[in-house]
Design a protein around this ligand. Structure first.
Ligand SMILES: NC(=O)c1ccc[n+]([C@@H]2O[C@H](COP(=O)([O-])OP(=O)(O)OC[C@H]3O[C@@H](n4cnc5c(N)ncnc54)[C@H](O)[C@@H]3O)[C@@H](O)[C@H]2O)c1
Length: 281
């Protein structure tokens, strides 16, 4: 697939654009405001320049990658796209509206993917006329660095669409796993409850944040401790994923730790707000 459209130029959309353009696809990156897509393009250029300085890529590769990226605020520019990946805000009503629009703009065999972390692929697919072409393609942050992509099958996704996307993403250089639609898929279903448990340990005064993270790094061979990782992901994002797990799976073991709620209420969201389980100022 050569012609890709990406909806949403935030953290994930710009990362996916950089990665796929670098792998040789022609990418159009869309957002609701010109400023947002221009900022995204600028940040991609800064990333690529840093990679050139570190001799990870050549100046020629940087230029080719940038040449492969166009920006737009008009979704109608997605008319000829073979694959569209939606990476807009994690709200069901936002995603449904985007898919309804894509349904009227794109060819009827254009594959429509969502990068959602936890929302139902089947629910999103229900908004288009032929839902067998809708699936989840779940990248990880930062996209150019993280190797994994979860390919998520909704109830109505066709086998051909799953296969075509697995082959495409693997050929672009990622490690692919296939998942049946389920809240949190594989990684977040395991990872976020672990972070939640670490927050319970801290709340109960069992150990300090530093000692919890040191224990998991040295006792479980994790490259980063769970609380430092929560600060990287965003404590608000961790809380919202726990809430989805609890709501959808209806089990007590997914009860969000009250300390996560307190942190969010205090705007202590992690690195992005300068304070989370650790201080970054
Ligand atoms: N941040 C992560 O670590 C991460 C990891 C994996 C998946 N995701 C998922 O990726 C998606 C995007 O997350 P993010 O972290 O990049 O969010 P973000 O807030 O950084 O970016 C979202 C972008 O979507 C844009 N947007 C909102 N409504 C739009 C619309 N109608 N049309 C076009 N653009 C629109 C916003 O202007 C914003 O630029 C979410 O579904 C999220 O759950 C995030």
């Amino acid at each position: 697939m050569d012609k890709i459209g990406i909806v949403g130029a935030g953290t994930m959309g710009r990362g996916i654009a950089q990665f796929l353009a670098g792998a040789g696809s022609e990418v159009i990156l869309h957002d609701i405001k010109t400023q947002y897509v221009e900022d995204a393009l600028e940040s991609i250029e800064i990333n690529l320049t840093r990679s050139v300085e570190k001799e990870r890529i050549t100046p020629d590769k940087k230029q080719k990658t940038l040449n492969n990226i166009e920006i737009t605020t008009d979704l109608k520019d997605f008319r000829d796209r073979e694959l569209v990946i939606e990476a807009a805000t994690e709200k069901m009503e936002v995603k449904k509206k985007i898919f309804q629009d894509l349904d009227t703009i794109c060819e009827e065999d254009t594959i429509l993917a969502t990068n959602t972390s936890a929302l139902s692929i089947t629910g999103i697919a229900a908004t288009v006329t032929n839902p067998e072409r809708v699936l989840g393609i779940h990248f990880f942050n930062p996209v150019p660095v993280m190797k994994l992509v979860e390919i998520v099958r909704g109830l109505t996704t066709s086998e051909e669409v799953i296969q075509e996307c697995q082959d495409f993403v693997a050929a672009a250089g990622k490690t692919v796993v296939e998942v049946q639609e389920s809240p949190g898929f594989i990684v977040n279903r395991i990872l976020i409850p672990m972070i939640n448990e670490a927050a319970f340990l801290l709340q109960e005064g069992v150990a300090s944040a530093d000692d919890i993270d040191t224990a998991m790094k040295n006792g479980a061979n994790h490259p980063i401790g769970p609380l430092a990782l929560a600060d990287m992901i965003g404590i608000d994002v961790c809380l919202s994923i726990m809430e989805t797990l609890q709501e959808e799976l209806e089990e007590d073991k997914y009860r969000p730790c009250p300390l996560l709620r307190q942190k969010v209420r205090a705007d202590q969201l992690g690195r992005k707000s300068g304070q989370g389980f650790y201080n970054y100022s």
